[in-house]
Structure formats: structure tokens, C-alpha cells
Design a protein around this ligand. Structure first.
Ligand code: HT9
Ligand code: FE2
Length: 365
């Protein structure tokens, strides 16, 4: 493996590492995968059986690993079209290819320093620090592991927001004209315990605040395009954990029932909490929430996730070159849209505290 050429715009990096959640690839994988996900979480057995059922409804295979393979292929095309010659590696939290195995391969290939792109856009323990802990565990396990830098949060990067705006416009266009004007936008994300939101970011409440800033920006851009400012709300899916523990609400299904009772003409669900159409989207939204809307007689469509939208794929290139310049001590202008500035490169001390106590985490200040 050639040593990184300091003159290259991506120096000091000699690789990119895509970090993701992982998912089962067949029926035999489902239970071991769920055991990985919930290790030490005290998730009730019946919840695991329920979630396992969701996977078996789709043949025991989550789409998430295939979506990451597609994303890597699109990213490879994007980087080579830009003349950026860095290998792309992929490691998961909960399934093969596991992070430690991938780091072992990177070390064997002589990789010295990699930029990490996590397929999770927002700040919270589950969506950020837990990945940083996974990276720390993997580095601790691997002799000669490369130095890893996590690329900044990209929920307010124009490449992500613009793909969400166009997906929302397309989903609105899919509604019958008669109900489109009054359609309500339901911005959906993964519910987390209220305490996890309160502990998110350096000052708390970052998880909901970041989602709200994306939702507001999308609503405004849709208004600029259509002349309509649609009613909207941030709602949640995939709540888990013990029933007595308060998690962020309203659940998307409860919200659909409320919209129906208010006489809302239609709803567009915009899954801003996820970057690809994985199980939380194809089951919780496309199956469960759509069935609720159907039962209510409420016209509903679902906006696509960013997936391999070229503008979203280009976010990785933009953040790689931005961070490389920062690490070389160069001045950078960081692209961000909406009410929040571009976020930090290194997570501040205490950010997104682990509810189960402090553990080693990489890529912090
Ligand atoms: C914030 C967040 C994201 C978004 C950010 C990110 O992308 O990381 C996310 C993504 C995902 N969550 C996923 C699956 C699961 N999440 C679970 C459980 C949990 N998720 C949580 C939070 C999040 N989860 C939390 C607080 C729990 C409770 C247990 C705990 O405290 O950790 C469980 C256990 C069963 C259950 O209780 O639901 C499963 C199976 C999959 C894979 C889907 C596929 O296979 O296609 C993906 C992408
Ligand atoms: Fe989850």
C-alpha cells in the first residue's frame, strides 16, 4: 500500500472507512444479530421476538447491508470521478463485516490513517457515542490499527438536506392533487429514551434540536418551490426498551390517528432520521404506519431516504477533503444549511453521555 502523498488533497488520509449498524442477511442470522444489538441492554424477550418477526416477514434479511454495498459502489464512482484515489473499507457495529475484522484488514494493507463516515446523521448516545465506543473497542482489539477520525455530523450538510427536499417534493407530487395542498409533513426519526435526548450533544437536547432544524429547513425549501408552507411535526418510530421508560413521542402511528381526527387531508412521512430504506423504514413506516393510514382512510405517501442520491454521496467527498484540510492546518469553509452551524470535528468532552456509564470512545476532543 503506497504511503500517503502529502501533496494529495486527501492527505493525511490513506483510506475511508464506512461505519454502519449492520443487519441480518438470512433467517439464521436474525437471532444472533438481535443478541448483538441488545447485548447488555435489558430489552424484554417479547420485544426481541416482535422485532425478530419484522425481520422474518422480510425473509430474515435486512436491506441495510445491500444498501451499504450500493452506497460504497456509488461513493467509489464519485471519488474516482473527482480523481480521489483512496480505498473504501466498511465495518459494522452488529454484523459482518465487523469493525474489528475490517480494521485488521486495513492494518494488513498498511493503512495508517482513515476518515470514518458513519451512516447515522445526528447526535445521541445510540447514533454517535456508541459508534465511537465501537471504534475504540475495535482499535483496542487490533494490533497496528490505523488512526481513525470520525467525519462531522452531516444532518445540516446541503447535500443531505437537498436530497431530503427533493424526496419530499416527489412524495407530495405522488398525492392526489385534491389532497396535496393541505398535506401535513410528518418528519420521522428513531425514538430514543427521553434521557438519551436530554444527554445528547454537549448541552443536551441536541438529538431533537438537530432534527427540528432539518425539518424547518425542508419545510421552508418546499415552500419556496411550491408556495405552500405545510403543517409539520417531528414524530418518532421504533420505540423499544421497557414500557415504563419514557421515550420520545408522539409515535408516528399515534400521530396519524391525531391527524385523521383533525380532518387533515393527507400526510407525507419524511424519514429524516435514516439515510437508507432499512428495516426501521420498510417495516415501521412502509408496513406498520402505512397500514394505520390505510385503516384511517388517510391518504399517505413516504419520501425516499437520501440513499445513493448523488448529492448525498458527494457529502462524503466534501467532508473527507474538508477534514483533511483541517488536519493539514489549512483554513476551511464548512458547508451547512438551516439554523445550526456546521458541527465540530471532535465530539466535545461529555457529549452524548453513555447512560450506562463512561466507556472509552474514539474521535473525541
Ligand atoms: C437512534 C437510533 C438509530 C438511528 C441511528 C443509526 O443508524 O445508528 C437506530 C438505527 C437502527 N436500529 C436498528 C435496529 C435495532 N435497534 C434496536 C434498538 C435500539 N435502537 C435505538 C436507537 C437507534 N437505532 C435504541 C435506543 C435502541 C434500544 C436498545 C439500545 O439502547 O441500544 C434493536 C433491538 C430491538 C428493538 O428494541 O428494537 C434493533 C434490531 C437498525 C438496523 C435496521 C435493519 O436491520 O435494517 C438501525 C439502522
Ligand atoms: Fe435502533
Amino acid at each position: 500500500m503506497p504511503t500517503p502523498d502529502p501533496a494529495q488533497p486527501w492527505a493525511p488520509y490513506d483510506a475511508l472507512l464506512l461505519v454502519s449498524f449492520g443487519g441480518p442477511e438470512g433467517p439464521d442470522d436474525v437471532v444472533p444479530f438481535l443478541e448483538n444489538v441488545t447485548r447488555g441492554r435489558g430489552i424484554p424477550r417479547e420485544r426481541l421476538e416482535q422485532v425478530g418477526e419484522h425481520y422474518f416477514q422480510f425473509g430474515g434479511r435486512s436491506p441495510i447491508n445491500d444498501q451499504n454495498r450500493e452506497f460504497i459502489a456509488a461513493l467509489r464512482d464519485d471519488l474516482s470521478a473527482a480523481g480521489i484515489d483512496v480505498p473504501i473499507y466498511w465495518g459494522n457495529r452488529n454484523w459482518d463485516p465487523y469493525l474489528a475484522d475490517t480494521l485488521r484488514q486495513m492494518a494488513a494493507d498498511g493503512i495508517t490513517r482513515a476518515a470514518c463516515f458513519v451512516t447515522s446523521a445526528y447526535s445521541s448516545y445510540s447514533s454517535c457515542r456508541q459508534y465511537r465506543e465501537n471504534l475504540a473497542d475495535a482499535v483496542a482489539d487490533v494490533e497496528g490499527a490505523p488512526q481513525l477520525d470520525k467525519l462531522r455530523h452531516y444532518f445540516n450538510h446541503p447535500g443531505f438536506v437537498e436530497s431530503v427536499v427533493d424526496a419530499t417534493l416527489a412524495a407530495l407530487a405522488d398525492l392526489p392533487a385534491a389532497v396535496r395542498e393541505g398535506a401535513h409533513l410528518a418528519f420521522v426519526t428513531h425514538s430514543v429514551p427521553e434521557t438519551m435526548d436530554e444527554a445528547s450533544g454537549p448541552d443536551g437536547g441536541a438529538y431533537t434540536a438537530q432534527h427540528l432544524s432539518v425539518a424547518e429547513e425542508v419545510v421552508e425549501r418546499v415552500r419556496q418551490e411550491t408556495g405552500r408552507r405545510h403543517q409539520h411535526e417531528l414524530v418518532f418510530c421504533s420505540r423499544s426498551g421497557a414500557p415504563h421508560v419514557p421515550w420520545l413521542e408522539p409515535d408516528v402511528n399515534d400521530h396519524l390517528r391525531e391527524l385523521h381526527d383533525l380532518g387533515t387531508s393527507a400526510v407525507v412521512m419524511v424519514p429524516i432520521g435514516f439515510v437508507s430504506d432499512h428495516m426501521e423504514v420498510i417495516y415501521d413506516l412502509d408496513t406498520e404506519a402505512m397500514a394505520t393510514a390505510e385503516k384511517l382512510g388517510l391518504p399517505a405517501t413516504r419520501a425516499a431516504t437520501a440513499g445513493i442520491d448523488p448529492r448525498f454521496v458527494a457529502v462524503v467527498r466534501d467532508l473527507l477533503l474538508e477534514r483533511a484540510a483541517v488536519e493539514r492546518g489549512a483554513e476551511v469553509s464548512r458547508r451547512a444549511v438551516g439554523s445550526m452551524p456546521a458541527l465540530w470535528d471532535r465530539c466535545p468532552v461529555g457529549c452524548c453521555a453513555n447512560p450506562r456509564g463512561e466507556r472509552p470512545a474514539l474521535c473525541g476532543s
